[in-house]
Design a protein around this ligand. Structure first.
Ligand code: FAD
Length: 429
């Protein structure tokens, strides 16, 4: 990166500068859309040596059906998004350390520490995996325990097979995908244990990655011991759990294996949000945002897996495109929106994104939400001051599948004007 470029970016922009932190699918989609919407000065900042984010390590197909109407692998999808964002200034191997309330984006690279002046910032930093320490599995602290994403990177990027005989804890999508990947790479997968009575992964991944390869999914089971020999894992004990998720004595089964993969949840990457003083949603683990996807820190927007963990990269991209339109409006001086009313979640709905509806916003309202349990024949309803204004019927809902509600403009307006908005799940009578 040249000194001239650093000097230019450290100075105010004549046209208003949009800085996008994170060059994964959400960041790239936001950049391309912002340009299409008229933004002239856009900078993507990516800490990795290349753009594309997690897609670079996802060599399987299944991406792109919603964005491009085609089934693509992760790297193919990343390169399509890169082409759409071609010509936009992209700084790679640059890590953002901090975003100040006055929108100074503090960066570090081989050139040293420098600051990029922004007029609006979109944070698209993705998420990270919950490690062993976050779930406290008893047993030996030995080699052979990996998060599923680490194993994915080792196999698909570095060409290293981390083990031969695998057991997987947690039925998140990355774990399911890695069960198939390990088998295709010559490994053996003995089973997947999930502590909950339902899987947190997509149904299609259970069918295509476990059922097709004869890998058993053990619901209401967890790993209760890890054994080692010579410093390497040599087996795991798996037990059934009761309704309180406590292991049931006498149900232990021992599986001889050399590797345990963990797929026990993803956490939005929120350090930059915290530093900027933005409010964090304790349920999503990501930012609290309004309908423009602006955080509670003025001028700082948040999208993709950094906002809340998405089922598909496509959905993260669609959300980023929507956010880019608002960010460009913001750059143009349209800072409206005004006061917000917080959507309260009840009756099995865990969260909504956005969390804040804006009094002065107009048009249809897109709400994304997740439920906390599997349920059949339910209505998801949105109420304004106790009066039901919008409702959709679902034959089945599950925590692993995000729900999308589009509330028509006239009904959305009632919600936006209310003192109290509630979103809940109701059984069909
Ligand atoms: C380990 C892992 C494996 C996954 N595997 C699959 C899979 O197999 N199939 C699937 O459908 N989905 C998978 N996903 C989900 C997938 O990540 C999302 O669908 C999609 O990539 C989300 O896009 P994103 O742009 O929000 O985040 P990401 O793709 O994670 O992109 C975020 C980008 O931000 C950059 N960044 C973060 N912090 C900074 C900073 N401070 N400064 C500069 N740059 C920064 C990161 O380097 C990264 O490039 C996986 C997720 C993880 C975490």
């Amino acid at each position: 990166m040249s000194k001239e470029l650093i000097n230019k970016l450290s100075s105010p922009s004549e046209t208003g500068r949009l800085v996008i932190v994170g060059g994964g699918p959400a960041g790239l989609a936001a950049a391309a859309k912002a340009r299409a919407e008229g933004a002239k000065d856009i900078v993507i900042i990516e800490r990795d040596v290349r753009l594309g984010g997690i897609l670079n390590q996802c060599v399987h197909s299944g991406f792109g059906l919603h964005m491009f109407g085609q089934e693509l692998t992760g790297p193919e999808y990343a390169s399509r998004l890169e082409k759409e964002a071609a010509g936009i200034t992209a700084l790679t191997s640059v890590t953002v350390l901090n975003v100040t309330p006055s929108l100074e984006v503090e960066c570090v690279s081989e050139e040293g520490i420098f600051t990029v002046r922004a007029d609006a910032v979109i944070l698209a930093c993705g998420c990270r995996e919950r490690p062993r320490g976050a779930i406290g599995i008893p047993g030996a602290r030995c080699a052979g325990v990996y998060t599923a994403g680490t194993a994915q990177k080792l196999i698909n990027i570095s060409g290293i097979m981390p083990g031969r005989k695998f057991f997987i804890l947690g039925s998140g999508d990355i774990g399911l995908i890695m069960a198939r990947r390990a088998i295709l790479q010559g490994g053996e997968v003995l089973g997947v244990a999930e502590i909950m009575p339902f899987s947190s992964g997509l149904k299609r991944n259970i069918a295509q990655c476990l059922d097709d390869y004869g890998v058993p999914l053990m619901l209401s089971h967890t790993v209760t011991d890890i054994r080692e020999k010579g410093g390497r894992l040599c087996g795991v004990t798996v037990s059934r759990v009761d309704e309180k998720l406590s292991p049931v004595p006498g149900t232990e089964r021992y599986f001889e294996c050399d590797t345990l993969l963990l797929s026990v949840g993803l956490l939005p990457e929120v350090e930059l949000l915290r530093a900027a003083g933005a409010e964090i949603d304790p349920v999503t683990g990501g930012a609290v945002v309004d309908e423009r996807m602006m955080t509670t820190a003025e001028g700082i927007f948040c999208v993709g897996n950094m906002l809340h963990v998405h089922d598909l990269a496509d959905y993260a991209c669609k959300e980023a495109e929507e956010c880019a339109r608002f960010a460009v409006r913001y750059l143009e001086g349209n800072r409206g929106g005004g006061e917000g009313v917080k959507a309260e979640c009840r009756g099995g709905v865990r969260y909504t994104v956005p969390q804040l509806l804006l009094r002065r916003e107009e048009g249809a309202l897109s709400l994304k939400l997740r439920v906390g349990r599997v349920a059949k024949n339910v209505y998801i309803t949105a109420s304004a001051d106790g009066e039901e204004v919008y409702s959709v019927f679902r034959r089945v809902v599950a925590p692993g599948e995000m729900e999308y509600l589009t509330v028509p403009a006239d009904k959305a307006s009632k919600l936006r004007k209310a003192e109290r908005v509630t979103v809940e799940m109701k059984e069909k009578k």
